[in-house]
Design a protein. Structure first.
Length: 265
């Protein structure tokens, strides 16, 4: 089957884990999530896990019984149970509930597409999306991952890291993923923007992930030493965007960030 994935080496995935079956089950879900088509065969998954088909088959049967995956003919897909689990996780995040409430009432953000995201290594994961502007639907959805270099919220989040941590993530000659002609190309280009982001207090993305779309983002003050690294972003069409509009968007994003970071304040 046509698939852009690179087969993994037969490294006995999970052999060093205290619970190999759990590690392999998680790897199955990750492989299905990363698949270009969302569908993989038993052979595909056995190759990804680096274990025999018989062992993979037993693992898939258990996941299917738990409704974590679904079988369609000879192929497997992610199961609807994952939607239930994801919804339960998000429903318990106070930040997500407050995010929607604020966006609905904000003078400017209520008419825009706004998202809240969490930093995950060199990527961000989108946790919630407020749909106030149906015209801007080419951007990321809930659960999507995006490299930090391609999005305003990613750049805003890494800008608050220590320089030595950023250097460890992105050497100057690191080649970055590219989606449009305006995407940043190297680690050096990315790091050159971070000082400006720190000074102005927000990040700006100019058609770097989607042609015709700009984005502004701010970070949420962290709750406690181990709180999640959260950021907020709003997208707009480049053709109708103005600096005055951007200033109002940033003002409301910062108000929302303060509300999420200090709900008692």
């Amino acid at each position: 089957m046509a698939d852009s994935r690179t087969p993994k080496a037969n490294d006995g995935l999970g052999s060093a884990s205290p619970a190999p079956a759990v590690t392999r089950a998680a790897a199955v879900l990750e492989s299905l999530a990363a698949s270009a088509t969302g569908r993989l065969t038993l052979s595909d998954l056995a190759r990804d896990l680096g274990i025999p088909k018989s062992s993979t088959s037993n693992l898939l049967l258990a996941l299917e019984e738990a409704r974590l995956i679904s079988r369609q003919g000879a192929e497997y897909t992610l199961g609807r149970k994952l939607v239930e689990l994801g919804a339960a996780y998000l429903s318990r995040l106070d930040e997500v509930q407050e995010f929607y409430r604020f966006c609905e009432q904000a003078p400017t953000l209520s008419g825009e597409t706004v998202r809240i995201a969490m930093l995950d290594g060199s990527n961000v994961i989108y946790l919630a999306r407020y749909e106030g502007h149906p015209a801007v639907r080419l951007t990321s959805n809930i659960g999507d991952k995006m490299p930090v270099s391609l999005c305003a919220v990613g750049k805003a989040l890494i800008a608050r890291l220590h320089d030595h941590d950023i250097d460890a993530m992105f050497a100057d000659d690191t080649e970055l993923p590219v989606l449009t002609p305006k995407s940043l190309r190297t680690g050096a280009e990315l790091k050159a923007q971070l000082e400006q982001i720190r000074e102005q207090g927000y990040a700006f993305e100019d058609e770097e992930s989607t042609t015709g779309v700009v984005c502004l983002a701010v970070t949420v003050p962290t709750r406690g030493a181990h709180g999640p690294s959260l950021g907020l972003s709003v997208t707009a069409l480049k053709a109708t965007y103005s600096q005055e509009q951007g200033a109002q968007m940033v003002k409301e994003l910062k108000e929302l960030a303060r509300s999420l970071g200090n709900p008692m304040g």
